[in-house]
Design a protein around this ligand. Structure first.
Ligand code: GLU
Length: 324
């Protein structure tokens, strides 16, 4: 695989640290090391459509705060972003609701599986954070209080942020989750019984399944979230996507809750705020420097991409880039 540099965007000046490291060469090393871990994880069988994916695929794309892009591997293969979409809903909810969002959902790591019902019952229907499924449903419910036709809104938002018209919603995955997402229905009904959501359960879940089924490439994702590395300002769009205050807070939430139930292990190994999805994608933020999107479909027991986590760990070891 060859690491490639693209400078289609005339963004800001590259940061000093990035001038001293050779990203194309580093990406080659990272890809070589990480792909030796093919075969160590499993495809997510609870979403049958995702269990059909060819497992030995790997892509990694970096968009820097100067708007430059560096890529290696399968960066133009679209995949199901799944829980990474919770970031899109959170940005929309923070922009629409501001601080009042936090009277509906918490900001603590859950220490339980992402779709656990038990904790939600103990805690009277207030989900621990916006990245577990219950928290994502409550966050989305707040967005639905402001917008109509959410699937189009979230699709347009993803296309806008990534400047890519090829972002799509995979209707086969929507349908698959509609038919098999029994735990998500259970979570939504529990939330409803605690009066924590306003939208009817079927409407809320339809919106949720559409956002999870967004199909994007690593290249798209690294562009879409680079604003979080740059105080909320997208170097590609040359406009603010969120305020600097919100960008900092979203990164903090990713650091404490973005990697399922192995967030501590990920912080130990990589030391970057990140959000993963069961489609095998991970978006990681290096504040002040770049957004990294990595994808490889096989998952570890917590639901994170085995090869993706390994790639980010190797990247942070070689470059010394982490928030610590
Ligand atoms: N659609 C998936 C679910 O709700 C998303 C899970 C994930 O990526 O964490 O179970």
């Amino acid at each position: 695989m060859n690491g490639q540099r693209h400078s289609r965007f005339n963004g800001r000046r590259q940061s000093r640290v990035l001038e001293t490291i050779n990203l194309p060469i580093i990406l080659e090393h990272v890809a070589e090391a990480a792909t030796t871990f093919y075969g160590r994880g499993k495809l997510p069988e609870y979403i049958p459509e995702l269990a059909e994916i060819e497992p030995n695929q790997f892509g990694m794309a970096i968009t820097t705060v100067a708007g430059e892009q560096y890529t290696i591997g399968d960066v133009d293969v679209a995949f199901s972003i799944q829980s990474i979409s919770k970031l899109l809903a959170l940005i929309l909810a923070m922009n629409l609701e501001g601080e009042s969002l936090w009277s509906h959902v918490g900001r603590e790591p859950s220490g339980t599986r992402f779709n656990s019902l038990v904790q939600l019952e103990y805690e009277q229907g207030i989900p621990r954070n916006p990245f577990i499924n219950a928290g994502a449903l409550v966050t989305l419910d707040r967005v639905l209080a402001h917008v109509r036709d959410y699937p189009s809104v979230v699709l347009d938002f993803a296309r806008f942020l990534s400047m890519s018209d090829s972002v799509a919603i995979d209707s086969a995955i929507v349908e698959c989750e509609r038919q098999t997402g029994h735990t998500n229905y259970a979570l939504a009904y529990l939330l409803r019984s605690f009066r924590r959501i306003e939208a009817p359960v079927t409407e809320l879940l339809a919106a949720y399944f559409h956002q999870c089924a967004l199909s994007m490439t690593c290249r798209d994702l690294s562009r879409a979230f680079v604003a979080l590395a740059n105080g909320g300002l997208s170097p590609i769009l040359e406009e603010a996507v969120v305020t600097a205050r919100h960008a900092k807070r979203i990164n903090s939430l990713m650091l404490t809750s973005g990697m399922y139930d192995s967030v501590g292990n990920f912080a130990y190994r990589v030391g970057l705020p990140a959000k993963s999805g069961v489609g095998g994608g991970i978006v990681a933020i290096v504040p002040g420097h770049m957004c990294i999107a990595v994808w490889s479909p096989e998952l570890d027991l917590s639901g994170n991409s085995v090869v993706g986590v390994r790639a980010l760990e190797t990247f942070s070891e070689i470059t010394g880039l982490s928030i610590f």
